[in-house]
Design a protein around this ligand. Structure first.
Ligand SMILES: [Zn+2]
Length: 660
């Protein structure tokens, strides 16, 4: 929200708007709202160099209190009003998630110590106004970025063994410039003898202080840093022009013990991905991987790196951590899809201009698709495990997305701004970030359709290479629109793609959007026991899924987790957070509920009787359900070709070097 009282700025803004409308500059710029003439002006961002440098130093040594201490020097060119912004709209979040509540202790000085009183903007909580006194050449800022001490406050990012620093949470920047036009000299003080990794260039370490070579604010913010006491670096691709590294940090040194076989699977994953696109848009790619039970989980893409946070056992309990192996291929895929090629309406010149996310079904949906496909091609996932994972996703749309009736896939792309990390009571009805997995099925649909139209001569891989693989070596983002996607598909296989895509994006069913699965030679079916993948996904607190039978997930103490809208349990009046105390007159255990489901399956006259507690009220609920236990899996559909197997087939022979 910008007020614009200055005529010069208004003229400039008109020029910029004309340029945007003419298509020569990516938009949008923030709207002007002149409701309060007394409100200070926040200059609109301009694509002109910031006259000076920001010097940013983050002291990351207070890991016990979990506080980052920031010292920042921002050059100024003269006296008068100035606005400093705390990043609000964050790339990858696509939402106004900049944690302004975690900035504290802000003191601004100039002219060798004179304290300047700052004023927060009355409307924009992320903007601070200050009057620069005559003679000042720079503002000196100090403040803290107070990180969560409990996961309920947000992600825990400082532990006794490792930390993650996202620079945008530890800086203010001057309004009025595109962030790519603001040079920054960044440095960090690490806890004693900790190692670090980041995609930033030219690191010079002196003791525990690390200085990075000058970069622009956009690159800095896109290059977070992990550091820790237990660290191991593994080279996944030693190509000197664009190496790929796996930087592993963990709670304990024992967690770093990846075997050569495990590492080789990750190397194959990188080879499969770079072969798919036939290009690279990074100078060097750093996977930042935290293996921890304390550092909060994360999967966040950047152009030349990614933040990945997984639980203990990623390497050391390999067989019990299979689903999570899809994380790294997903994040690597974003270097092409999301970072290099970026939806035009998502690109913004600064972190304080609202984003629009209408194309997240490409950005995330196709990334989810190739995350799965490349996990399978590389061998991180077996074909059977991959089918089990697809079965779980398919079943969710078959039985757990009643909300498709009122809310289409297109509307879910606005979920980040609506409810970025918030939990929902009834996700099956409210919906959430469904553009990931429903988007995956859109792309499976498109892939199998291309193969059908071209009798197997072409595939979505051809689109991926042509659309994301252009301009090998270019780092600067290249934006695209819906029409560009349609044109790209038509160049691979002529078809009415616009109609097909709009039907998927704007439609409401009925039924799950599983045409691609069927065309791939498989269909969703149910059996009476969960797949290993489904078992693994049941998660903490001893949760068992009865989602595809009763529409419920239940913790070991009988507490109900999820209730599918319009399911058997829902219709009987069950809701999340109620507790099932007894099944057929006996204290609740999962085994007793399983027995009751089996007994009711044998006897159509026998209901399942539950004693349920809701706050201090008790009630008996009878479920007239006789379908038995049901868990999703995929079975072959007809006798046609197994296209899905062809899609998941490795492209790169095991140990072959990358072809340029
Ligand atoms: Zn993603």
């Amino acid at each position: 929200m910008i007020t614009m009282t200055n005529l010069k700025q208004a003229r400039l803004r008109a020029t910029l708007m004309a340029a945007i409308l003419a298509g020569s500059l990516p938009g949008p710029l923030p709207a002007t709202v002149a409701t309060d003439p007394a409100r200070p002006v926040i200059p609109a961002p301009q694509d002109v160099p910031f006259p000076g440098v920001i010097r940013l130093h983050v002291d990351a040594t207070d890991i016990a209190r979990r506080v980052f201490r920031v010292r920042e020097t921002i050059a100024v060119t003269g006296a008068g009003p100035m606005t400093l912004l705390y990043p609000q709209w964050l790339p990858g979040n696509h939402a106004p998630t900049g944690p302004i509540d975690k900035l504290a202790g802000l003191v601004i000085r100039a002219n060798g110590g004179e304290r300047l009183e700052w004023r927060r903007d009355p409307v924009d909580m992320h903007a601070f106004h200050v009057d620069v006194p005559a003679g000042a050449t720079a503002l000196e800022l100090q403040f803290e970025y107070i990180t969560p001490t409990d996961p309920s406050q947000w992600r825990v990012v400082m532990t006794p063994d490792l930390l993650g620093l996202q620079w945008e949470k530890a800086l203010l920047y001057p309004a009025g410039h595109y962030v790519r036009q603001i040079p920054v000299d960044a440095s960090i003080q690490l806890p004693a003898s900790w190692q670090f990794a980041a995609a930033l260039r030219g690191a010079q370490r002196e003791g525990d202080t690390v200085r990075f070579e000058r970069t622009d604010l956009e690159t800095l913010v896109d290059s977070p840093l992990f550091a820790g006491a237990h660290y191991r670096r593994v080279d996944l691709d030693t190509d000197p022009e664009s190496p790929v590294r796996l930087n592993i940090f963990a709670d304990a040194a024992a967690e770093l013990a990846a075997t050569e076989e495990q590492i080789e699977l990750h190397r194959r994953m990188v080879r499969e991905m770079t072969t798919l696109y036939g290009s690279r848009h990074f100078r060097q790619y750093d996977f930042l991987l935290a293996i921890s039970d304390h550092f909060s989980g994360i999967g966040l893409e950047h152009h030349e790196s990614s933040e990945n946070g997984v639980g203990l056992g990623y390497f050391t309990d390999w067989g019990s951590n299979t689903n999570v192996r899809g994380l790294l291929p997903h994040e690597l895929n974003h270097s092409w899809n999301g970072k290099f090629r970026r939806p035009a309406d998502l690109w913004t010149p600064t972190y304080n201009v609202p984003m629009q996310s209408s194309l997240l079904w490409v950005y995330e949906g196709m990334t989810e698709y190739y995350g799965v496909v490349v996990a399978a091609r590389s061998g991180l996932w077996s074909p059977e495990l991959t089918r089990d994972i697809l079965a779980r996703y398919a079943a969710m749309y078959d039985a757990g997305r009643a909300g498709r009736e009122w809310r289409n896939l297109q509307d879910t792309t606005q979920s980040p701004a609506i409810n970025y990390r918030g939990r929902t009571s009834y996700t099956s009805w409210q919906r959430s970030k469904d553009y990931y997995t429903e988007g995956l099925f859109v792309w499976l649909d498109v892939d199998t359709k291309i193969r059908e139209l071209t009798r197997g001569r072409r595939s979505l891989d051809d689109f991926a290479r042509a659309f994301f693989g252009v301009h090998d070596g270019r780092i600067e983002p290249l934006t695209y629109t819906f029409d560009d996607v349609v044109a790209g598909l038509n160049a691979v296989a002529p078809h009415d793609w616009a109609t097909l895509l709009r039907a998927r994006l704007d439609g409401h069913g009925p039924g799950a959007p599983l045409d691609g699965l069927q065309r791939g030679g498989w269909r969703l079916a149910y059996k009476d026991h969960p797949s290993p993948s489904a078992k693994e996904s049941e998660g903490a607190e001893g949760t068992r899924d009865f989602l595809y039978s009763l529409g419920l997930s239940i913790k070991s103490d009988g507490r109900i987790g999820e209730v599918f809208w319009d399911s058997v349990g829902f219709k009987a009046g069950l809701a999340p957070a109620m507790t099932i105390l007894a099944v057929d007159g006996k204290a609740y255990t999962h085994a007793r509920l399983v027995d009751a489901l089996k007994a009711a399956q044998q006897d159509a006259a026998r209901p399942i009787e539950l004693l349920v507690r809701n706050f201090d009220s008790f009630r008996t609920v009878r479920l007239d359900y006789h379908g038995g236990l049901r868990y999703p899996y995929l079975e072959r559909a007809g006798k046609g070709e197994d296209l899905l197997a062809a899609i998941l087939e490795p492209r790169v022979p095991p140990a072959a070097p990358r072809k340029k």
